[in-house]
Design a protein around this ligand. Structure first.
Ligand code: IPD
Ligand code: CA
Ligand code: CA
Length: 254
C-alpha cells in the first residue's frame, strides 16, 4: 500500500511547489493566525480523489474538509494537505504533505513529504521508518547534549502559559530549542535524530497521525503530555522523544 500512496504524495508535493503569488491565494479561516490557501485546498482535493479508491470502503479525513466520518472505525486516510501553512504563505520552505492510513484507530502506513527538501519520510507498522528509502533512527543523545522542538498551539492560546512553562524547564536542561512551524516535520526530525524531543499542547489528528508512527517505527516514543496514547479523533497534546529522554516527561511540571 505504501508503494501506491508514495507517488500520489509526491504529486501532491508538486502542487505545493507549483505555488506562485501565495498571499493573493490566501484566506483567513478563523483569524489572521489561521490561514488556508488555494493550494491547501488543491492538494486536499487531489488526495481526496486519489487515495480512497486504493482502499475500498475507506473514509477520507482531511483538515480542510473532513467528511463527517469517524477516523477510528474501519479504514481511514488522515490527511494534512499542507502542514506548516504559515511557513508556506511566508516562503519559509518548511512545510509538508502528511498522509496516514489507519485501521480501527491504529495507523498502519504513514508518509510525510517535505517537497522543499525533497525528503520523504515513510513507515509501515512493524516495518521500520525511512527517509527517501534509507532507514532512520532516533538519536541516543540525552537532552543535556540535545535540542528540542516545540509548537505554540497557535489555535489554542489558552495553552500559552503551560507551553512556556514546559519550554523553560526543557530549555534549562538542554542546549537549545526550535519552533520550526510544521508539527509533522518536527516529529520526523525526532525520528531521524535531528531533534531529541518535541512537544506541543494541542494538535489535530492530521498533524501527528503519520509522523507519530514514523517516530515509533524509528525507535522513539509518542504520547500525550499526560502519558496517554495520541487521539485520532480529537485534539490532544503531543510528546515525542528518543529512548533516553522518554522518562523526562514524568519529571516535568506540565
Ligand atoms: C500547524 C503546524 C504548526 C503547529 C500548529 C498546527 P497547519 O498546522 O503544524 O507547527 O504549531 O499547531 O496546527 O495549520 O499549518 O496545518
Ligand atoms: Ca497541520
Ligand atoms: Ca494544514
Amino acid at each position: 500500500m505504501l508503494e501506491q500512496i508514495i507517488p500520489l504524495v509526491r504529486e501532491a508535493g508538486d502542487i505545493v511547489l507549483s505555488a506562485r503569488d501565495i498571499w493573493s491565494h490566501t484566506h483567513e479561516k478563523t483569524s489572521a493566525a489561521d490561514l488556508v490557501t488555494e493550494y491547501d485546498l488543491a492538494v486536499e482535493n487531489f488526495l481526496k480523489e486519489k487515495l480512497p479508491p486504493l482502499v475500498p470502503g475507506s473514509v477520507f479525513f482531511g483538515e480542510e474538509e473532513a467528511e463527517n466520518a469517524d477516523p477510528t472505525r474501519g479504514w481511514a486516510f488522515i490527511v494534512d494537505p499542507i502542514d506548516g501553512t504559515t511557513n508556506f504563505v511566508r516562503g519559509l520552505k518548511q512545510s509538508a504533505v502528511s498522509v496516514a492510513l489507519a485501521c480501527d484507530g491504529a495507523v498502519e502506513c504513514a508518509v510525510v513529504y517535505d517537497p522543499f527538501k525533497e525528503e520523504l519520510f515513510s513507515a509501515r507498522r512493524g516495518g521500520g521508518a525511512f527517509c527517501n528509502g534509507a532507514p532512520i533512527h532516533v538519536s541516543e543523545r540525552p537532552l543535556a547534549q540535545g535540542v528540542f522542538g516545540m509548537g505554540t498551539a497557535i489555535y489554542r492560546r489558552e495553552y500559552l502559559e503551560p507551553t512556556m512553562r514546559v519550554t523553560e524547564q526543557l530549555f534549562r536542561r538542554s542546549c537549545d530549542f526550535r519552533r520550526l512551524g510544521a508539527a509533522s516535520l518536527d516529529l520526523c526530525d525526532v525520528a531521524c535524530g535531528r531533534l531529541e524531543l518535541f512537544f506541543e499542547y494541542s494538535l489535530c489528528p492530521w498533524d501527528h497521525a503519520a509522523a507519530g508512527l514514523i517516530v515509533t517505527e524509528a525507535g522513539g516514543f509518542v504520547s500525550t503530555l499526560e502519558g496517554d496514547p495520541l487521539s485520532l479523533s480529537d485534539r490532544c497534546s503531543v510528546w515525542a522523544s528518543n529512548r533516553v529522554n522518554r522518562d523526562l516527561l514524568r519529571e516535568l511540571e506540565v
